[in-house]
Design a binder for this molecule. Structure first.
Ligand SMILES: [Zn+2]
Length: 370
């Protein structure tokens, strides 16, 4: 709702008349392509540093913001390409997060996945197949690929160096399963289907799976503590070694329609106290905003323990598969949060919630180092 000038009163009239209300601000829309992300950074005057290249030669970029104070804050997103609001949030925070601390944003850990399933296929085919539907995609990978698995609606084929799948395969095969032999050390892309997840519609993203050299199907938010690791992860690791972040955020999403985030057990008592304080303040702020928090009885999985409504402690040793980015941060550097917005919510709302979490936690972080 906009108020007419006459109802604003004398105090408001002293403000800058050119200032627009939040309702006038342009909507925060998803990026269609990784190039859109890079263009927006340029348009907003952000200089980025190229820290590596994805297998398609896309530059992996980091952008510096905030002030000069240490310890720095590390913000990343996009290791799971379907969880697109995180990527959009990371970019938005470059302008919206006001802090004296150094801020390093590595906004997208999977440019290929962000570009979508047609794009992923183009790496194998040498041209954009311009597929319009999930059905067309399935027909193409069946016809042009070597079929490795085809059961219960899950099709896995390979074309050239890459695997392509119609469904997520996490947890489907045992480590070392014969099915995976042709794909050892390679990537599998699976297509998005959902029509009710804004920013991640049918074929709009390609979710990257990594088959380890010993035949385990993992994804780009693993390998933070392993010697063999995909380039996108190695870049994150190198960056963190350089930054020595005092606070880390990894902005994810999950398939539901509410909000939660996870914390980690910290190495020191001080880190533990501040991690809990940041978590408490952040979930309170999100709750007060009126957004639905994960239900009292919700559980993200067996390796999570509920700390309070919307906050879960994640124990990577119970989960297995090695360390994800925030597990790794906790093991080496300090507090961190994996934020999970619900993909079945409107896109902009997800961005706002993710942003509110980071901003609130950073305020508490500043108190620690005041
Ligand atoms: Zn995720």
């Amino acid at each position: 709702m906009r108020l007419g000038a006459s109802s604003l009163g004398a105090f408001a009239l002293q403000g800058d008349p050119s200032r627009t209300s939040a309702a006038d601000a342009p909507a925060i829309a998803p990026f269609q392509r990784y190039a859109d992300l890079l263009d927006l950074l340029k348009k907003r005057g952000h200089k980025f540093q190229v820290v590596g290249h994805a297998p398609d030669r896309s530059p992996l970029v980091v952008v510096r913001a905030g002030g000069d104070k240490k310890p720095g804050i590390f913000i990343s997103a996009g290791s799971h390409s379907t969880e697109h609001a995180g990527v959009r949030t990371a970019v938005e925070l470059l302008d919206q997060l006001k802090t004296k601390h150094q801020v390093y944003v590595y906004p997208c850990r999977d440019p290929i996945g962000l570009n979508g399933f047609n794009y992923a296929l183009s790496m194998a085919l040498g041209e954009d197949p311009a597929l319009k539907s999930v059905e067309e995609a399935e027909t193409l990978i069946r016809k042009q690929g070597d079929i490795h698995f085809d059961e219960g609606g899950a099709l896995l084929t390979s074309i050239g160096e890459y695997g392509f799948a119609t469904q997520g395969l996490l947890g489907r095969f045992k480590k070392g399963d014969k099915v995976l032999e042709p794909l050892l050390g390679r990537r599998i892309y699976y297509l998005t289907h959902s029509k009710d997840m804004p920013g991640s519609g049918p074929l709009e993203r390609a979710y990257t799976l990594i088959v380890t050299p010993d035949g385990e199907v993992l994804h780009l938010n693993r390998f933070h503590d392993t010697s063999w690791a995909p380039i996108e992860v190695r870049c994150a690791r190198r960056l963190m070694a350089e930054i020595q972040p005092g606070l880390t955020f990894d902005l994810h999403e999950y398939g539901g329609d509410a909000f939660w985030f996870s914390t980690r057990k910290q190495r020191t008592e001080q880190d533990e106290v501040w991690e809990q304080r940041m978590a408490r303040e952040a979930i309170r702020a999100v709750g007060l905003s009126g957004v639905k928090l994960a239900a009292e009885n919700y559980s993200p999985g067996a390796s999570f323990s509920r700390l309070e409504r919307g906050v879960y402690g994640l124990d990577a040793t119970k989960r297995g598969e090695g360390l994800n980015l925030v597990d790794f941060a906790a093991s080496k550097y300090g507090p961190g949060f994996t934020v999970e917005t619900g993909m079945r919510q409107p896109f902009e709302q997800r961005v706002q919630m993710s942003m509110l979490t980071v901003k609130t936690a950073v305020k508490v972080f500043e108190e620690r180092y005041a």
